[in-house]
Design a binder for this molecule. Sequence first.
Ligand code: GLU
Length: 493
Amino acid sequence: MKEVRVRFAPSPTGYLHIGGLRTALYNYLFARHNKGKFVLRIEDTDRTRYVEGAIENLIESLQWAGVEHDEGVFLEEGKIVQRGEFGPYIQSERLDIYKKYVDQLIEKGYAYYCFCTKERLDKVREEQKIKGLIPRYDGLCRSLSLEEAKEKIANGEEYVVRLKLPPNKNIEFKDMVRGNITINTEDLDDQVLLKSDGYPTYHMAVVIDDHLMGITHIVRGEEWLPSTPKHVYLYEVFGWDKPIYVHLPTVLNKERKKLSKRHGDVSVGDFRGKGYLPEGLINYLALVGWSPEDNEELLTMEELIEKFKFERVSKTGGIFDKDKLDWVNGHYIRNYDLDKLTKMSIPYLKLTDHIDNKFIEENYDWIKTLVETVREGLSNLSEITEKVEVFFNNKIQPEDDEALNMLKLEETSTVLNAMKEELSKVDEVDEEFAKGIMKKIQKSTGIKGKKLYMPTRIALTGNNHGPELVSIIYLLGKQNIISRIKYVKENYM
Ligand code: GLU
């Protein structure tokens, strides 16, 4: 079998969309599964939509996500570099190549020069709309001879080059998700291949590049499905082998609408900023439109690579379910290497008023325990900012009446007094002390179970539920615990 070669070919028009990351991921998984190559190409022929910095952002986002390419465009010390034997991989650097192939098409009669002005095209479209027809080019310039056209060009007239589709011809291709597809040329437009600014359109450039770069499988969003027949026709007239097409279902929100900025997060950067882990986001995204045979939902990148097959990509839209993402990401947060997670949490911890660089330097181990203690309930790291607040504010507020009533019980007072008594025996709370103190209180007071643990938790945090009591006691330390007991006694008991 030929070596598998796939590509992700974004246009640098802004940030990397979550749907774009999924397309890149499926390309990557397929390439790795088949021991093939994954190329990153930049499609920047639409100069009006070019955004400064977008290429860097694309590469960084892919890198962060762990979706690594083998060839194409890379970042090295902040600079864009290209690697691979099929370059350049940035389309605006390949204009001569496209020009050569456009000329070939013209010579062979598969394409023609068109001199129609924008005003004329608008008028034609308007008239077609009034007649209830699908707006398309009416073919006026098809009848110009090559000599006539060349004369016009010599006179400085502006032109584009259009594809000359044959009448009433069925164009057929196979899509691995959609099956066999047939479209008649009567339903297609004479696509512009070369624009008046000398740049090719996407349709021309994509075919030339995919062919010259040896791409075997074209894996992209289904919004490109309607354009595919034109691409297939170009392969046919050039006499090139057609690639295998794989059109992926659009990523939709729960209302089955396209994900849009107005309805929440859409860019990889948004999720990264919120503190989703790359492993969590990737695991979840893989499941948006695909599932493994065993329906397993928690999968590492290695497992995804092993199990990934296009045969199991769904035809209908992949639904992006934020709750499910949170669940998957929570799993990764709970199981992550603690030191790594602590370092990743620091920017979010610094958003509190209590933690700065000096504090981190002096209390790194304490912070690590803090992260370990609160990670249980997190779905992303930005939630940590609020979660740790309770460890810094000694003015305890019972979260509800249940908590308040618990504080008012007689046993509570007994328990808290015993706690103070135990604390008076030590200079500072260490881990061992924290582990043993509740047992000691139980012994000295005879109070156990809910009546022992609930009041302690509420007096120390205000909450009925939360992290392990042992960790809370260790993290708060002697002085804070004493202050809290004093505060709840004065205010609620
Ligand atoms: N440049 C296109 C985009 O931005 C790529 C389409 C394709 O993969 O063929 O989506």
